[in-house]
Every structure is written in C-alpha cells, then in structure tokens.
Design a protein around this ligand. Structure first.
Ligand code: GUN
Length: 752
C-alpha cells in the first residue's frame, strides 16, 4: 500500500482576536448542537472528534489527518511531552504544532489519565498548565483528580473538591490559553452536580466530562447517561462539552443528542493494534471477516483476507485508517442528523445495536424520572414494566428535572412527518414536548364548555378536514356545544388543531391509525387537555355512512332527536355560518396554543376575522376585525406565522410586567401568559427595528418560557415593541453565550 503523498490542505486561519475561546451555536436539535469554537488555529466545527496522538508512536501522521481526512483538531498528551527531554526541548523551542506537524487545533491533556493508570504523576498542578501554555497549545487541560467507579463516595467527593480547589490557580497559569475544566464525580449524581456547579463558576473554555473511561470499558452506558444528565445541564451552555476518552462511534449519536460537542479517540489506533475494526454497532475482529461490513476508502481495493497477510505494522496502519474513517463518518452522520432534526431518531436506532446501549436508552426514556402522565401513554400502548422502580445506590434522587431539561430543549413545532417506532415514538423528547405544550396551553380552552360532551373521532388517518367537513358543519350547526377530538397514534388532539405536527403526521403502518379507541385512555387524554368529566361519544371514521352513524350516536346519547334535520341538505347560509364558526374556532385555538395567549384574548382576536383562502380551501391569511393581517397558518406543520400587526396585537394582550432578569427555563407553566419577550440592550434597538437579528451579548432579560424555535417578541427596557422573531435560545443560553444569534428576527417594528 502506498503512503499518503497527495497535496496539502491549506493551513487554517486564526480566529478574530476578540473571538478567541468563544463558542457559538449555529444549529440545534434538542440538546444537540452544531457549534463553532474559535481558536488561534482555526474555527473548529463541532461535534468533532479529536484523534489521540501519542507523540512517541504515530500510527497515522497528524499531517495526514489534516490533509487527507480534514481533521481540524487533535489531542495529545502534554505530560508525555514534558517527561521526554527530546520532545520537551523541541516543543519549547518550536511549539507543539511543529513538534507534531499539525496546523490545526491542538488540545493537550495534563497527565491525569497517567495518574489513573500508574497511580501518580511527577508534575505539579501549576507546572503542567504553564508548560502547556509555553508550548503553544490551543486548549490545555488542568491536572484534575480522576474519579474511578470503584472509589467510595468519600474518596470521590475528595477528588471533586480537590479538582475544584485547583481551578483558580490553573486558570491563572493558563492566562490567555484556553483551558479544559474537567467534571469528575464518579457515578454519584450529587457529586457530578457539585463538580459541574463548582467548575462552571470558573472561566474555563471547555468542560470535559472526566472519569468515564472505565465506565465505557465496562459497557456501563446507563451510568454514562446518568453522568451526562447530572453534569451537562448544570454547566454554562456556552461552553463545549468534551467526552474524555470516548471514541467509539457506537456512542456518538446518544451522547450528541444529550449535548456532547467533542470526543477524543485513541480507539481507532488501539483497536487496530488489536486486529479489530470499529463499526457504528460495535467492534468486529479482522480474523473473522470474509467481507468488510462497511466499505471505506482505505479498504476499497483490498479484502480482509489480504489485510490479514500484511505485516503487522502495515496492517495496524491500515486498520487504524479504516477505524478513523468509520469514526469520522459517524460524526458526520450525527452532524447531518442535527441539521435534519433527527439526532434523537438516530440515537434511538443505534440503541438497538448493543444491549447495554439499549438499556441506557430505555432508562433515559421510560424510567421513573418521566412524569406519570408520560409513562401512562407508553403503558397504555401495552408496554410492560421494565423494573423501573429498582433504582438504587448512586442513581438515587429525582431524575425528573434532568428529563425535563432534555424535553425543554426541543423545538416546538417542525415540518415533516415523524416515523413510527413502536414505544420509542412516545418517549421522543420532541413528541413529549409537543404533548406538554398542547396540554398546558389547550387546557384553558378544554374546560370552557358548560356541557362537556366530547365526540372522539378515530379509526382513520388524516387529513380529516376533507372527509369530515360535511359532518363538522352539521355538528357546529346542530350541536354547537359538542367538542370534537381526534385520536392520533401519539395522543388525542382537538379537531381545531387537526393539521398540527407532530400529531397529524405520523408515518407508519395503517393500523396505528385504525386502532380502536380505548375509553379510559381517551378519558385520561381529555383530562390532560382540560376537558374534565366529559361524556365521551366515540365515532369510528372507518366504515361508510358517517353522517347517519354519527346521528345515531347523538340520538342514543339524547343529544339530537331529529334525524332528517341533521341529514338534510344544509342551506348556503347555514353552510357559510358553519364554516365561519369552524374557522373561528381554529384560529382561536391556534392563537392560544401557538402564541400562548389566554382563551379570552384568543376569542377576542379571532372574533370577526376574515380570511384569504388558498385554492385548496385552507386559510392563507388571517385578517382581524380591524382589517389587519395578523397571522398566516403554515400549511406544512399546522403552526402560525406572525406578522408585525399580529405581534403588536399579541403584545397588547400582555398583562405581566416586563422581565428584568433571567429566570430558569420553564416552558410549560405559563399558559395564557402570551408570547415570551426578550429584552434587548439599547444599542441593539435600531438594528432590531430594521429587522436585524438579535445577537448574544445584547440581551438583558427574558421570560422564563422562552423556548427554542418558538416565536418571541423583542422589546426594549421600557417595554416598547421593537420586533418579533423565532428564538434560538433558552433563558440559560441568553445568560451564558456571548456569540451567535439569540433570536432570528422575522420583522422589525419601525418608529413611524
Ligand atoms: N482522559 C480520560 N479521562 C480523563 C479524565 O478524567 N481527566 C483527564 N484529564 N484526562 C482524561
């Protein structure tokens, strides 16, 4: 095999001096993010894999990693360089980039891992940080104290405290060099939290999650998930999170979905030396392979049999390249999934590929931290108990806030259908978020009828408006108090929101739509929608004669007693009136659910509206009674797009004072409080008024229910409305980030 001799890739350009050390997020999918980390050796896009380079044994040359594989950052060990006179001299004289021959971002570790393997290291806490700074690394690491899973709680706490105690002097020694502040804490939830809070207080550039190598080696993936959940939510969100020593591609999707930004891997080389290849589903032994499970560039012209015959060094190099290619491929796949909004789905699919991963995933999605009402929908679908209550030891304590954190990061409504995947479908955070928002916001409408009779339609997939319009017109005319709901595979929805994602667009076998309606489940769903003690009438949409079957049901329930009236041709006047009333209900409910305004305000705004209709008979523009275009329903996801006039009207309904601080994120408990506001600095006002985006660093306060990908109003400190847009941040993000877009402005409100 020939060695790599092709052309060189251009060296990176340093970031702007003011941006050095900053991290910005350019795309989000739940807690997963695509970010940019600004360094002197280029802007590193995350999630990224940093291959581990042993300065003494280079299986693949760093230059080749840069040129051939487009790798932007790697990690090497400053302790090894420090210990070897020849390496140390050269690094001090010419810098680490020349020593290693790598033009991109170089992160170094501090020797902590060596102390874990060999028991101790000779170097001092300040000495090793100063050394890293002096050899010109981009991201150095302080000497943290490694926490092993077999340590007692007392020992782990001591390690956490010692690490925190070293933070201040390490930061001082690093000076302008970016510094890693590792999070320790073993498998103890409270100690991980303590470590995250303690380390987060210092000005670290990156937070690695440390002490996880033995946990991954023993396939303790459930513990790994717990470690993530007890560390990451408590760190400043503007700092990248690095998974120390995690390089197996099998783990990437789940960890990216939980907020990991950086990985480092010696696995590509270690497994190669051991004659094994990495795959997204696990590892395979070369000796057993007749065929490559995945064909990558490095093996496109050579068979496993031929590789077995190579001498050891050549074989190791080739397998290392293969492993690196697979690893990079999975990172790339994760990144695209974040862009597509499907990272959770990828994690879900991957979870089936290893029993320990599946166990971790199921713990995450269905165990006791899930509020009862969310577990119920899974149990209603006949999923049996998984021994959820048998949690003990380090995992004791409530995990509900951690699950809430996962859910709260989800965007509200998005385009495209969701794929059915049995019980996994119900616990997707995005689905949970959509259900929670629907329930919390609709419940104020749900109970508004004095006469709670709910007609629940089931048995057929939408779009329902086409084949039920005639029925609905009659119901609106003859039984105006009746509330109509539809059974979808992921929950009951009001008829007025029949085109809302994700409920309306679940792609799967037909039977998911055709299943019978379970009355007790329907009752619980109605309760969640705020419809209490309702009499439920269920109507199967499958068979023919919908109208007369519906009439029979209404008759049986003593709601109607004149069949011919119900079934007769409706007059044009009746039809127009019925259609107007249906539209008004739709607009009222959408205003309440999508813009979070109170039912009274939604009713006032929707009364007397007129509509511009599309050629397919759907509402294109909503014009309020004063003749202003306030919003447009989105045909692809059932949401509403706001206009300037609409933003003013919605803002006019606000009764809460303008916030003057950042309060913890609370997306679900403010139903009826209106669209969340973001208060910007005075300097930003003229830009926002012209329709320019709001950037991090220019926001002074916001409402706690501000949620990603949800509409928000932009105001100044006097409470004047400046514009409206889509939030790209939670309150925690606004508090923490100093670079990147905070709110994508959709429209500015000019002064005239
Ligand atoms: N490499 C793998 N795990 C660790 C850790 O916990 N701390 C440091 N500094 N390096 C590591």
């Amino acid at each position: 095999m020939s060695s790599w001799t092709d052309g060189r890739r251009e060296d990176p350009k340093p970031c702007r001096e003011v941006d050095k050390g900053k991290f910005e997020v350019v795309a989000l999918d739940g807690r997963a993010r695509i970010g940019k980390l600004h360094t002197e050796h280029g802007i590193l896009e995350t999630p990224a894999l940093l291959p581990v380079i042993n300065p003494n044994i280079r299986t693949i040359e760093p230059r080749e990693m840069w040129d051939r594989y487009g790798i932007g950052a790697l990690i090497t060990n400053s302790y090894i360089i420090w210990k070897h006179d020849n390496l140390r001299e050269k690094a001090l004289n010419s810098g680490v980039h020349e020593l290693i021959d790598f033009p991109g971002v170089i992160m170094t570790d501090s020797g902590t891992f060596q102390s874990y393997i060999y028991g101790d290291v000779e170097v001092g806490v300040e000495e090793i940080v100063k050394f890293q700074k002096n050899i010109g690394v981009d991201i150095a690491t302080m000497l943290d104290v490694f926490t092993r899973p077999d340590m007692t709680k007392q020992e782990v706490e001591q390690a956490v405290d010692d690490t925190i105690a070293r933070a201040e002097s390490s930061i001082a020694c690093a000076d302008k060099t970016m510094l890693n502040g590792p999070i320790q804490g073993g498998t103890f939830k409270d100690l991980r939290e303590k470590s995250a809070f303690g380390m987060g207080n210092y000005d670290f550039a990156v937070h690695p999650i440390g002490g996880i190598v033995p946990i991954m080696e023993q396939h303790m993936y459930k513990d790994l998930v717990k470690i993530m959940l007890s560390s990451i939510p408590h760190l400043p969100s503007s700092r990248p999170r690095h998974m120390f020593g995690c390089g197996h591609p099998m783990l990437f999707p789940m960890l990216v979905a939980l907020g990991a930004d950086l990985f480092d891997s010696a696995a590509y080389a270690l497994f190669a030396r051991d004659g094994r290849i990495l795959c997204p589903w696990g590892t395979e032994k070369l000796e057993k392979l007749e065929h490559w499970p995945i064909i990558m560039p490095s093996v496109s012209q050579i068979s496993p049999q031929e590789v077995r015959k190579l001498d050891e060094e050549e074989r190791t190099k080739l397998l290392a390249r293969y492993n690196l290619e697979i690893t990079l491929q999975e990172i790339s796949r994760c990144k695209q999934a974040v862009r597509d909004g499907s990272i959770w789905r990828l994690a879900e699919r991957r979870s089936h590929q290893h029993p320990a991963l599946r166990e971790a995933f199921l713990w995450l999605t269905t165990n006791p931290h899930m509020p009862r009402f969310e577990l119920e929908i899974i149990q209603d679908m006949k999923i049996t108990d998984r021994g959820a209550a048998k949690e003990s030891g380090s995992s004791q304590g409530s995990w509900e806030p951690s699950w809430d954190w996962v859910v709260a990061g989800q965007s509200q409504f998005r385009t495209g259908g969701i794929h059915w995947a049995e019980e996994d479908t119900f616990s997707r955070p995005y689905v949970v978020q959509a259900r929670r928002l629907l329930h919390s916001r609709y419940s104020q409408i749900g109970g508004n009828s004095d006469n709670n009779i709910a007609l629940v339609l089931y048995g057929r997939q939408g779009p329902w408006r086409d084949f039920t319009l005639d029925l609905l017109m009659r119901l609106t005319t003859f039984t105006p108090d009746l509330q109509v709901f539809i059974q979808t595979p992921i929950g009951l929805i009001p008829y007025s929101l029949e085109d809302n994602n994700p409920f309306a667009h679940v792609e799967g076998p037909e039977w998911i739509w055709e299943r019978k309606l379970d009355l007790s489940w329907a009752r619980r769903e109605l309760e969640r929608l705020g419809v209490h003690d309702a009499k439920i009438i269920k109507l199967d949409l499958g068979p023919k004669d919908l109208l007369s079957r519906c009439y029979d049901l209404l008759f049986e329930n003593e709601i109607l007693d004149d069949k011919s009236k119900f079934l007769d041709l409706m007059s044009d006047e009746q039809k127009t009136e019925a259609k107007t009333s249906l539209k008004e209900n739709q607009v009222r409910d959408k205003l309440a659910v999508h813009f979070n305004i109170s039912i009274t305000d939604a009713e006032n705004l929707s009364k007397g509206c007129t509509y511009i209709m599309s050629s397919t008979g759907r509402i294109k523009n909503i014009i309020d009674k004063s003749g202003e275009h306030i919003a447009s329903p989105r045909l692809n996801d059932g949401g509403l797009s706001l206009t300037s006039a609409g933003a003013k009207k919605i803002y006019g309904t606000r009764t809460k004072p303008i916030p003057d601080a950042f309060k913890p994120h609370m997306p679900w408990n403010n139903s009826g409080a209106g669209l969340p506001v973001v208060v910007v600095e005075d300097d930003a006002e003229p830009f926002v008024r012209k329709g320019r985006n709001v950037f991090h660093g220019f926001v002074k306060a916001c409402d706690p229910w501000l949620t990603i990908d949800q509409p928000a109003l932009i105001v100044n400190s006097n409470g004047d409305l400046l514009g409206y847009g889509i939030s790209k941040s939670t309150p925690e993000d606004l508090l923490s980030f100093s670079k990147g877009i905070a709110v994508k402005t959709r429209g500015g409100i000019s002064l005239d």
